[in-house]
Structures are given as structure tokens and as C-alpha cells.
Design a protein around this ligand. Structure first.
Ligand SMILES: N[C@@H](CCC(=O)N[C@@H](CS)C(=O)NCC(=O)O)C(=O)O
Length: 205
């Protein structure tokens, strides 16, 4: 049985596709799309009773929450993206929780009000508020990357993937990173990885 990923690339399931592709883990995808009620099957709801994507079924183990899924896949399959010791594991958890609490809401709000919502529903003031609120966590990220290219040191890991995937919304709407050159460099490197591009199609090249 292969890993099953519920969700579509144009959702937070993008994060899971990216991770599976980085790790070279074979997977099949179930294109659950919350705007299409027929795609919400009992099997999917068993995997995620919250009715959200992503969710996975990995040989009978069901999981939801994108960050948790990626940390689990790293732990299960190892390789360069996975933490190699307790300190790295702690940092990977820290950055993943941080991305969800400090970045996610404002990154999404910025994208919604600059691009994703129909034009008539966009509110430039909300976009600007989100942009302003992002300055503080972006400064924290800039500091973390001051002396090292990636969040855990010299190599790209699940910590970078989880944070960069959350920031990809802001990147899509061209958030101004002029004041954060290290973040700019790091985000370009992360989102420029082949697997990050393939994940937008939800499958291997
Ligand atoms: N914290 C969850 C959030 C999952 C989430 O909200 N996913 C959205 C799609 S991007 C969803 O399924 N929304 C369904 C809905 O709003 O009904 C995670 O990171 O996995």
C-alpha cells in the first residue's frame, strides 16, 4: 500500500506533496476539494474528521495537520531533510509551530486580499495590515539566517520546507522582502527546488 495524500496542490496539501517529492516517497493522491462536496468521502472523513486537507493514509496510519504530517514523513524516511539528533528535532518542531502561529494567518490574509479573493472582495487595508504584521516574524527569520543558509544550518531540511511553504502565499503576491535579504535568498533557494515546482502539479515529473 502506498502513501495516500488527500488534497489538491492548490491547497495546504501542497506542503505534503512537496515533502513526499523531496523524500522520493511514492504516493497516490485523492483530489479532495472542499468546494466539491462529492469529493468528501467517508474514507477521507475517517482520515480527517475536521474535513480539511491535507490528510494522509500511510499503510493504515491516518494523520492530519500539514506540519505534523511532514515531520512524521521526515522521521519515518530519514535522509538529509530529517533531523539527525534531538537538538535538530527540537528546532524543526519549533520552526513548524512558529510558522503556524507567527506567519500563517497573515501570509494567507495578504494573499487573499491581494490576489486570491475575487477583486470586489479584496480589501487593501487588510492586505496592508497583514503585510505590516509580517514584518516582525520576518525580522526573526532574517536573524536566524544571518550566519547560516538554512534554519538548521548548512542543509535544507523539513524545517525550511514547512516555513517556506507557509510563506509561499506571501511570495506569490510578491511581498516586499527588500528589508530581509537573507530571507529573500533563502526563500528563493527553497521554492526554487525541483520538488517544490513538481508539487504544484501534485505529482512527480
Ligand atoms: N492546520 C491545518 C489547516 C488545514 C486547512 O485549513 N486546509 C484547508 C485547505 S488549504 C481546508 O481544507 N479547508 C476546508 C474548509 O475550509 O472547509 C493544516 O495545516 O493542515
Amino acid at each position: 500500500m502506498t502513501l495516500k495524500i488527500y488534497g489538491i496542490p492548490g491547497s495546504r496539501a501542497y506542503r505534503t506533496f512537496w515533502m513526499a517529492l523531496e523524500m522520493g516517497v511514492p504516493f497516490e493522491s485523492e483530489p479532495v476539494f472542499y468546494a466539491k462536496p462529492e469529493s468528501i468521502t467517508p474514507e477521507f472523513l475517517k482520515a480527517n474528521p475536521n474535513n480539511r486537507v491535507p490528510a494522509i493514509d500511510d499503510e493504515g496510519l491516518t494523520l492530519y495537520e500539514s506540519m505534523a504530517i511532514n515531520l512524521y514523513l521526515a522521521r519515518k524516511h530519514g535522509g538529509p531533510l530529517a533531523p539527525t539528533n534531538l537538538a535538530e528535532e527540537g528546532k524543526a518542531l519549533q520552526w513548524s509551530f512558529w510558522a503556524m502561529s507567527e506567519l500563517e494567518a497573515n501570509s494567507l490574509q495578504l494573499a487573499m486580499h491581494r490576489m486570491f479573493l475575487p477583486e470586489g472582495q479584496r480589501d487593501p487595508a487588510k492586505a496592508e495590515a497583514a503585510n505590516a504584521a509580517l514584518q516582525k516574524p520576518l525580522a526573526v527569520l532574517e536573524q536566524a539566517l544571518a550566519d547560516q543558509p538554512y534554519l538548521l544550518g548548512d542543509r535544507f531540511t523539513v524545517a525550511d520546507l514547512n516555513v517556506a511553504a507557509v510563506l509561499s502565499w506571501a511570495r506569490t503576491v510578491k511581498i516586499d522582502l527588500g528589508a530581509f535579504p537573507k530571507v529573500e535568498q533563502w526563500l528563493t533557494a527553497c521554492l526554487g527546488r525541483p520538488a517544490a515546482g513538481q508539487a504544484r502539479k501534485g505529482k512527480a515529473a
